[in-house]
Structure formats: structure tokens, C-alpha cells
Design a protein around this ligand. Sequence first.
Ligand SMILES: *[C@@H]1O[C@H](CO)[C@@H](O)[C@H](O)[C@H]1NC(C)=O
Ligand SMILES: *[C@@H]1O[C@H](CO)[C@@H](O)[C@H](O)[C@H]1NC(C)=O
Ligand SMILES: *[C@@H]1O[C@H](CO)[C@@H](O)[C@H](O)[C@H]1NC(C)=O
Ligand SMILES: *[C@@H]1O[C@H](CO)[C@@H](O)[C@H](O)[C@H]1NC(C)=O
Ligand SMILES: *[C@@H]1O[C@H](CO)[C@@H](O)[C@H](O)[C@H]1NC(C)=O
Ligand SMILES: *[C@@H]1O[C@H](CO)[C@@H](O)[C@H](O)[C@H]1NC(C)=O
Length: 668
Amino acid sequence: MYCVNPIFFLFFPPLLSVTRMHNAASVSASLGSVGLLRLVGVSWSWTLAAGLGVYLGTRSWKYFYIAARTAKRDLNGLYVLLRVKLALWRYMRSGSNIPSIFAQTVKRHPNKPALIYEATGETWTYTQLDEISNAVAHWARGQGWVSGDVVALFLESRPLHVALWLGLAKVGVEAALINFSLRCDPLLHCIGVSESRAIVFGAELADAMLEVNSSISQSMVRFCTGDLSAERLAALGAQPLDPLLATASRHPPSPCVPPKGMNDRLFYIYTSGTTGLPKAAIVVHSRYYRIAAFGYFAFRMHPDDVIYDCLPLYHSAGNIIGVGQCLIHGLTVVVKRKFSASRFWEDCIKHNCTVVQYIGEICRYLLSQPVRPSEKGHKVRLAVGNGLRPSVWEAFTERFGVGQIGEFYGATECNCSIANMDGKVGACGFNSRILPNVYPIRLVKVNEDTMELIRDSRGLCVPCRPGEPGLLVGRINQKDPLRRFDGYANQDATKKKIVHNVFRKNDTAYLSGDVLVMDELGYMYFRDRSGDTFRWRGENVSTTEVEGILSNVLDQTDVAVYGVAVPGVEGKAGMAAIADATGKFDCGGFLQKIQRLLPSYARPVFLRISPQVDTTGTFKIQKTRLQREGFDPRLTTDQIFFLNGRAGRYEPVDEELYCSIVEGRLSL
Ligand SMILES: *[C@@H]1O[C@H](CO)[C@@H](O)[C@H](O)[C@H]1NC(C)=O
Ligand SMILES: *[C@@H]1O[C@H](CO)[C@@H](O)[C@H](O)[C@H]1NC(C)=O
Ligand SMILES: *[C@@H]1O[C@H](CO)[C@@H](O)[C@H](O)[C@H]1NC(C)=O
Ligand SMILES: *[C@@H]1O[C@H](CO)[C@@H](O)[C@H](O)[C@H]1NC(C)=O
Ligand SMILES: *[C@@H]1O[C@H](CO)[C@@H](O)[C@H](O)[C@H]1NC(C)=O
Ligand SMILES: *[C@@H]1O[C@H](CO)[C@@H](O)[C@H](O)[C@H]1NC(C)=O
């Protein structure tokens, strides 16, 4: 037991002094408050227990080695956590909500640009954004909508999108932010599950509305923003919104009754599950605050930063990580209607952007652009997002001269977010090895084929050791707003994401559905979307790794790698869908290059050359359809090739070759 004390004292004096150094004012101002003391007290007792656990569990030199390598990172993480907790706790106590936090931001700098719309150059100052959202609030109240009603928003990204949901929130009405790329059935599904009383759509989406017009309930009121002819408005049974907003009062509305607090619903965001139709995830005010504030503090943003937000506003990355910095922290946000790889750096220069957002494949699209002088002439120092592949990480920072990558991991609806705060290449975040219980996330063992948790003899989950891939889970504690899980509008969907008896008996935890790996220092790496490895010739093939290598070989074109079943053959054969619009794909040259870079089991057995590879609205490559179609040449007009190992070349797959493979006459 005597070894406890040295560790305890080693760790804590620096903790307090660093916290103070970082933010003397806020810590000393609040040290008097019982809340923070309690909070720190809790962390201490956890920490003591946890530190002891690791210390006794490992050889001491290793403990000190890890502590020395990670202390700075961990203290910074703890500082960010405390900072956000403290602010949230204060907002809770004062009965704030997102509109009232925004009102304070407006007061701080009424005339600073809040939102800039890149398409038109239109700039809204904080006062303007406030007044337009007030007009929205008065209009909404005039419609008879009250606290708790839901209104669907279906329009492309533009500042009015923000004014609409913010204005609705001012009178307690919750917006359902609908993906503007949806059409027909998925669109109807999203409108339906939101149980909206009304829908506001953009004139640019009138055609999509017309397709579903007759299936939408007649009682749903429709408003259109933008220019649309009187006949088309009549065909949709819609009223023009803009004149109504222009004549509405711009003064602050009276508070809504009952008032909305940090734990109440703000809006709904739809998350595209790996299976099935999109689910509406509930975003409460505290969650909005928490996600935005984590981004702000973890990546050390500054009120003078200008953010380039080219991500859709129906999604949490664009609307919370991006726009949230405007509403809460007073940063100017440039809203781009649609991502454009060729305009990206020029836009950043034009608006003096210092922070850009990315998601999924965006960085690779930028790398595939021809070199332009503008790509180094910008002032961008930080790129924030998720899904940056390790294979392009350094190429991206070096070529474009972006100093810091703020890679994070976290779903809209989960509380198990992690962030890479110190620029460790390839990592999407970390958890402290020394004080693992301060942040109750864990990697637990899982059967990666079925995604079922593996449990020990007591029925609890088995934590992973460094290097072992595991499912990320986050402990749920409904009392602590940082650890809340607000679930989905749909109760069944909520249940599927919650498990019991994870860390200890009778606890509950959120299942992220993603498999990560932690290294010895606690850095976490995204392994793969669930099920994104396949076995071939007794080896595990990681689709992301192969995609990264193929894409590098092919000048960053889109590549999707997946496994396809071949009758009578064990495992899955690798198949790569490659985007090539020229129609002259050089199989021979390609094979030569990959033979040097990939072991034989990882080389794609089949190639599918498509004019383009489907991506999702968030720039992730979609594979379900590709996987279903496999290598059957009758199902597609794309060219399909087969790697004939004996002949050492790729050969076109026609019906005859297809049949001989399926019937086992040709061995792979
Ligand atoms: C669209 O729906 C509205 C409201 O239900 C209705 O008034 C209108 O006639 C419909 N338009 C068409 C073309 O069916
Ligand atoms: C960008 O910064 C430069 C130099 O600091 C300044 O002259 C210019 O007006 C700024 N542009 C915008 C759009 O703020
Ligand atoms: C995630 O949410 C749950 C329940 O709301 C909470 O108990 C858990 O601690 C959270 N995890 C983290 C890492 O915040
Ligand atoms: C777990 O819950 C069961 C039933 O509610 C109860 O009997 C048991 O004592 C609880 N165990 C612990 C460790 O809290
Ligand atoms: C492949 O993964 C499975 C578990 O998914 C594991 O049991 C096996 O050992 C791995 N094989 C290799 C060669 O890494
Ligand atoms: C938006 O809808 C499009 C079209 O269905 C889909 O591909 C995309 O994944 C959706 N985006 C999100 C974030 O759900």
C-alpha cells in the first residue's frame, strides 16, 4: 500500500498548477464554488483508485514511462473536460439554453460578422442573425406552435437554416433537420418519424417536395423560402415564408412556457445507421453546447478564428462543431452551400479562414486536385473533422501547410466522444492510461463478425489490452449531462444502443458500434467500420488499409474495397471498385504497382471499373450495393476484371468466365 502516496502526490500538484496556468481566472473564480470542488473531488477519488490499479497491475518502470510520455496530454485533456463541465454546470444552474447563450454572444459583439454565405457573399452580423431569428420566433408563435411542437426543415445549407432552427428554439419549437439529398421514401420516412406539424422547404427542393406531396399528411402546413412561382406554390399547397418573416417583429420574443433548459430538446438530427432508414437522434441543449465546446477547447480555437464550414447543416459536424462556434463562442463562420474541391483554398483565402472542417474523404479529394498557388497562400492553421485516413494524413498537412489536424471521433447521439488534441498522426483520440476512469469509455472485446460482446464468467464485458481491437462503449449516467444518452425519437432504436452489465453489475452503457484499437500510450485508432475486414486465405484483410494503398497508387482517386463471396471458396475474395471516367484503365501497370505494395492475399481478386464510386452525403464511400452485385457482369455495365494468378494478369470477366468461377471450374 505504501506505493499509493508517491503516485498520488506525483500526479496532483502538477495537475492543479497546470489547470491554473491555463485558466487562472476561471479556476480561481470558481474554486469557491462547491460544485467544482465536488467535481474535482470525484475525479480524485476515481483517480486514486485507477492509478493504483494500473500501478499494481504493471511493472513500475512501465507505469512511470507511460506517465512521463502522456502526463502533458492527459492533463490537457482533463483541463478541457473540467472546463466544459464547469461551464455546463453554470449554465444548468442559471437555467440557460442555447438561445440565451447566443444572446450573450450577441451582447459581446453585436456588429461582428456571425455568418457569411459563400455563394452570395452575404454577411450577417450577430445583431442581424439575432433579429432574423426573432422574426422566425414571432412567426412561429403566430402559427400557434408551442413549446414541444416539431417543425421539419428541408433546405440547403445557408444562414437562414441557422436562423430558422434558432428562432424556433427561442419559442421552444424543435426543428427536425432533414437531409436535403433525400428523395421519395427516405424523405417521407424522415418527415413522418419527426411528427412535425409543419415543414419549411427551400425553393431549390420544390421538385423533391412535389414527388412526395400527395403522401404528406394534408394537415401538415407547408412554407417555402426562396423564389418559387405562384403556380408551383399552389401545386404544393405552400405559403411563401420570406414575406412573412420580413413583416414579423424583430424584437426578442417573450420567453416560452414552460421554459426550455439545458436538458430539454433543441432539435433532431438524423443519423444514417449502417442498416435501415435514418434514425432521428435527439439533440438537447446541453449536448449542443457540449459538442461545440469540446471542439472549441480541445482544438484551442480562438474567438478571432474564422471557420470554413462546407459540411451540410443537417448534420452535427456542420451545424454543431461548425455553426456552434458562432453561436456560443462568437467565431465568424463561412457557410458554403456545397463542398467544392477546386474552390476550397480560394474560398479560405477570400474570407481569411483560419479553421476548416473536413469529413470522410474530403481531404483526399483536395489532394487529388492539381497543384494551385492558392493551396499554400491561405491562413488555415487547423483542420477539424473526422475520418481522415492515416494514409493521407501527412500528405495533407505537408502539401497544404496546415499545422494542426483536429481529428475526433463521436456520434451525434453518443457521449463517448474522443479527440486527438496533440496531433498524434493517425489517432482519433485518446484515453488516459494512467487515469482511465476519469473518462468512462472503454474498449471491450467483441466478436467482429456478429458484433456481439464477449463476456466473462461474471457476465461482464472484457476490457481490451493495448493492441487488441475492441468496441468503444461509454458508461451512461443520466444524472451527469456529460454522460447522458438522450436516445433517439424511436424507443426501439434507443434500446438497441444500450447494454447492461458492462463495467460492473447493473450499469448501463452506450454501444458506439465502432471498433477501435488503443496503443500502449492510450492513443486510439479507428480500426474500421463494423465488419470492414474480411478473411482471405486465412489472413485478415483490412479494407481501409487496402483502400489507402490503392488510392495512393492511383493519385487519390476514389476506391472502395470489399469482400465478395465465391461459391465453394472459404472466406471472401477482395474486390476493388475504382473510379475511372477515362475508360482506359491500365490493369497491367496497376498490378505491377500493387505487387510491390500489397501481400498476395490482400491484392484485389476482382476489379470493378466505374465512372464514379458512390459516396454518402458525408463523403463516406458506400459499399452495400457494390457488395450485393459482386462480380456478376450481368448486373452492371461497369467493366469487371479477375486476377488470374497463374497468368499473372487481370482478365475481363464475361459471362463465361463468371460461370466457370462460380461453378469452381477455374481455381482462384
Ligand atoms: C399537394 O398537397 C396539397 C396539400 O395536401 C394539395 O392542396 C395539393 O393539391 C397537392 N398537389 C398536387 C399536385 O397533388
Ligand atoms: C483579410 O486579411 C487582410 C489582411 O489582414 C485584410 O486586409 C482583409 O480585409 C481581410 N479580408 C476579409 C474578408 O476580412
Ligand atoms: C455516455 O452516456 C452515458 C449515459 O448518458 C454516460 O453514463 C456515460 O458516462 C457517457 N460516457 C461518456 C464518456 O461521457
Ligand atoms: C442488480 O439489480 C438486481 C435486481 O434489480 C439486484 O438484485 C442486485 O442486487 C443488483 N446488483 C448490484 C451489484 O447492484
Ligand atoms: C483474424 O481475426 C480473427 C478475429 O477476427 C482472429 O481470431 C485471427 O487470429 C486473425 N488472424 C490473423 C492472421 O491475424
Ligand atoms: C443524405 O442523403 C443522401 C442521399 O440518400 C445519403 O447518401 C447520405 O448518406 C445522407 N447523409 C447523411 C448524413 O445521412
